[in-house]
Design a protein around this ligand. Sequence first.
Ligand code: SF4
Length: 230
Amino acid sequence: MKLIEEFIGISGEVCNGRQGRPTYFVRLAGCNLRCKWCDTKHAQEGFKYKDSPANVAKRIKESGINHVLITGGEPLLQMRSVNALLDKCFGLDSTIETNGSMDWRAVDSCYRSSGHKAVLVIDFKLPSSGMTSKMRPLFDFFLSHQYFYHKGIIKFVISTQKDLACFYNIMEKGDLKNPSAMKNFPGVIAVSPIFGKKKQEVSHQELVEAVCKYKNTVLSVQIHKILGVR
Ligand code: SF4
């Protein structure tokens, strides 16, 4: 698999289990999107090193950390390697972060065959990212969630009023390709402000109001960035 880095830190956002838990990060190389506010541009192209899923899993197990987070870039561009790594990490909690443009159903087969307790976090890109047109229908995930997943999380980074309007539209009416409301999604919906480079136009209070409007919705802030840690 093509990698950028592996390191141990805390899970700074919503994940499989508690925010802030010790986590072994596996950052895969390459991304098919170019979000305007991307904070991991170094993972968009090229790679730092290659290694086998078996070797990566060996290092994870030797670390003694029981939560692995597979991120990128876009990890599902290397779906076979991700599935192989999940298999090798059987027994550990795992979280996969994907950008919402990929077909996540290929990860399903691994979950179903192994009974793996993995969580998929779909980072659905709202208009300020410039990538909304590339997103897959969220309602597919709603349906898959009911049948296949142990848990699932859909994350919305809300920066502008246009993002907020799009979020409400999806919750109440479904996304553009599937007119079915997401407010009954059985997993977790995470709402997050943007951090750093771009101005946060929507107030934090407006985010709290959005969260309090729906069940199964949480406010997620990137605590590692606030604290300046990994
Ligand atoms: S999906 Fe993630 S890594 Fe890819 S461009 Fe967007 S923010 Fe950056």
